[in-house]
Design a protein around this ligand. Structure first.
Ligand SMILES: [Mg+2]
Length: 339
């Protein structure tokens, strides 16, 4: 086989609304498209690096500018996706290689993984942090979407409780919340105890990562299930969370692609944990890749394509939030406007 060529181009995605979470706000999402070419075949991937994990679009570009693929055989995934590659870059390459292999074999990814496309979950739609009026306008825009994920972790406890109360008055679907490390144990317990009456499905990452015993303490005092995101990047992070949490959020940008995500999903299953498959604010490339393995998980938060405007790609679609997988070979993602 001829040499594997890897190329990276930045992608800027303007957001429908400014996206605010406990640690900051953005109006544009920046990701990196990773293309891998072998002979006539091209695979497309996307890296969605985040500052929180010490990566950037520039660090992904730099990595591929200075490192050639380990082998020219695109099927040698174990060698090509070695642990020495930073997670975001490895994730982009992992997606591109899986897309290329699927195209080579003429099979959609879910079929390569042996999964039933009818078993995809329903995704939540994320509501970022905003003043009450803006929040309620966003909830109204969402309409009858069956699951909301509401970002908390900023403002006074009273304001945060009131935000959920206001949403619950108008919205009868499932509500999950995400504090993005914004609370300490006492604040978390105080807020979550008050939120119990609003039927919250679970709370994601109440306290800063690195303190499993704090998660255990919260879990013992409140009835809302606790799920980690910033505390659980890869499969190897899970054993120390045993007994401390009810579930984990798996994201391709953290695991370094599909292979790492599968390892994390199977590890979490073995530990009896619930599993959410999440995404960063990213294009349909990453979202579609995650959607292909979503029949393995309990919960999905794959709403990147709802949050961005002008995404040049189409892939996964939604039927009242249920993920509908494309059945074209590989990722099944198409570019809708010229790059
Ligand atoms: Mg989260």
């Amino acid at each position: 086989m001829s040499a594997l060529m890897v190329s990276v181009t930045p992608l800027e995605l303007p957001l429908v609304h400014p996206f605010k979470i406990a640690r900051g706000e953005e109006t544009v999402a920046r990701t990196a498209l990773v293309r891998v070419r072998a002979g006539d075949l091209e695979g497309l991937g996307e890296a969605a690096p985040t500052e929180r994990y010490g990566e950037s679009v520039e660090s992904v570009i730099d990595y591929f500018a200075t490192h050639a693929p380990a082998t020219s055989d695109p099927y040698r995934l174990e060698a090509l996706l070695h642990a020495g590659i930073p997670a975001a870059a490895r994730g982009g390459l992992d997606l591109a290689l899986h897309d290329l292999i699927g195209k080579d074999l003429g099979k959609p990814l879910y079929e390569l993984f042996g999964l039933d496309p009818a078993l995809t979950p329903v995704t939540s739609f994320t509501i970022g942090i905003a003043d009450p009026e803006t929040t309620l306008r966003k909830v109204a825009e969402v309409g009858d979407h069956p699951i909301l994920k509401v970002k908390l972790g900023s403002g006074t406890p009273r304001e945060q409780i009131e935000t959920i109360g206001l949403i619950r008055e108008r919205y009868h679907g499932t509500i999950r919340i995400d504090a993005n490390e914004g609370w300490d144990v006492e604040t978390a317990v105080r807020i979550l105890k008050e939120l119990e009456r609003f039927e919250i499905e679970f709370c994601e990452q109440p306290v800063p990562a690195g303190h499993p015993e704090q998660l255990r303490a919260i879990r013992q005092r409140v009835s809302i299930p606790i799920v980690t995101d910033e505390d659980s990047l890869v499969a190897g992070d899970l054993p120390r969370l045993y007994g401390c949490v009810d579930g984990v959020n798996v994201k391709l940008a953290k695991t370094g692609g599909l292979r790492g995500a599968l390892a994390m999903i199977h590890t979490a299953r073995a530990m009896g944990l619930k599993i959410m498959l999440g995404c960063m604010v990213e294009s349909a490339v990453c979202a579609t890749a995650a959607a292909h393995i979503s029949p393995l998980v309990d919960w999905a938060d794959i709403d990147g394509p709802f949050l961005t405007a002008g995404d040049p790609f189409t892939g996964v679609t939604y039927d009242r939030g249920k993920l509908i997988l494309p059945d074209a070979p590989g990722l099944g993602v198409h570019e809708t406007v010229p790059a």
